[in-house]
Design a protein around this ligand. Structure first.
Ligand SMILES: Nc1ncnc2c1ncn2[C@@H]1O[C@H](COP(=O)(O)OP(=O)(O)OP(=O)(O)O)[C@@H](O)[C@H]1O
Length: 324
């Protein structure tokens, strides 16, 4: 935990899940689909989503608005029943109450009873679980010691979200679902939150995250599952998904302007800002960086300050979701 972010030094909370190490996947989704009336929120009449999530992994479920991320999390949490297919979490049907005590969830739209204090709420949630964390440990985990006696209704947006995180982990979940957890969090709250998630992971917790912050997903996820229109569009490590996008962005100093660069082989997009002495600082997106560089050198162009950057996860996401 980053102590510099805390008002006073706090003891490192002891986080451990009640998980028994096992090679079996934490979550198994087999041909699962969900329809609301005529609309397929996940999968379709003739196809469902099939997915295994391994224990201890942090999986980011990504996708445009309406892709089915929240629906899939709802199925994994047992809040919804699949229209067809099956979902098993820790080997059990998550709709069974005893399975749910092993899961934790921070929903997108968590509303807290405004009149209860932070400590009262934590005590209330702790009473729901067989082997909960202590209230001081959870307060330390989400850095809310200073707000322990404050009513939930008077917390700032970021503090309320951190309290939501504390409530989601107080039962020592073996699988933790975080639905857009860092919305409304400032930089400091986000850092405290990710320190808390890392502490849970160090204790053996499996994490499923949805987020629209792709830089965040790229930093924290072991695996990315990209959903689009209720189907799995891509599945792999962030590096593998980025590598799936052909091409790169090149920046360099050149004597060629944007129009001349645009006409070069394999160039998708070129822009150039005028510099002193007849030079241009060019940014060129190309399908084939090697071909472009070979062509530039073949016609005797002088290049300086050359940088080649492969696609970010965000660019890979845009590229994949733009394809039919
Ligand atoms: N209870 C419901 N009744 C009817 N339609 C629903 C219901 N829940 C979700 N949907 C629809 O199912 C589709 C998938 O929704 P879902 O909330 O799972 O997407 P999402 O990927 O989580 O989107 P977002 O990024 O906007 O949160 C959407 O078209 C949505 O309108």
């Amino acid at each position: 935990m980053n102590a510099s972010l805390h008002a006073a030094p706090v003891p490192e909370p002891t986080v451990r899940t009640s998980s028994v190490p096992s090679a079996a996947p934490a979550v198994t989704v087999s041909g699962a689909a969900k329809a609301y009336g005529p609309l397929w929120a996940l999968g379709a009449a003739d196809a469902g989503v099939t997915l295994d999530l391994q224990r201890g992994e942090l999986t980011a479920l990504l996708g445009p608005n309406g892709a089915g991320k929240t629906t899939l999390i709802g199925l994994m949490l047992g809040l919804e029943s699949p229209t067809h297919g099956t979902v098993r979490v820790l080997g059990e049907d998550p709709r069974r109450p005893q399975a749910r005590t092993r899961l934790g969830a921070l929903p997108q739209d968590l509303s807290l009873p405004a009149g209860l204090t932070v400590t009262e709420l934590l005590q209330l949630y702790a009473a729901l679980y067989p082997d909960p964390m202590t209230v001081p440990d959870v307060l330390a985990l989400c850095d809310l010691q200073g707000q322990a006696r404050q009513r939930a209704g008077s917390l700032s947006g970021g503090q309320a979200r951190r309290l939501g995180f504390g409530l989601s982990v107080i039962g020592r979940p073996e699988v933790l679902f975080l639905d857009e957890p860092t919305v409304a969090m400032d930089v400091q709250s986000r850092q405290i939150f990710w320190d808390g998630v890392n502490a849970m992971r160090a204790g053996g917790c499996t994490v499923v995250l949805t987020t629209h912050y792709l830089d965040e997903a790229e930093r924290v996820a072991d695996r990315v599952v990209l959903l689009q229109q209720g189907r799995v569009r891509a599945d792999g490590t962030p590096a593998a998904i980025r590598a799936g996008v052909k091409g790169a962005t090149l920046t360099f100093l050149t004597r060629l302007d944007a129009a001349a660069l645009q006409a070069m082989p394999g160039v998708l997009e070129a822009s150039a800002a005028r510099q002193d002495g007849g030079w241009w600082r060019a940014t060129v997106r190309t399908r084939a960086p090697e071909t472009l560089l070979a062509a530039l050198f073949a016609q005797g162009e002088e290049l300086h300050d050359l940088e080649v950057r492969r696609a970010t996860l965000e660019e890979a996401f845009l590229n994949l979701t733009a394809q039919p």
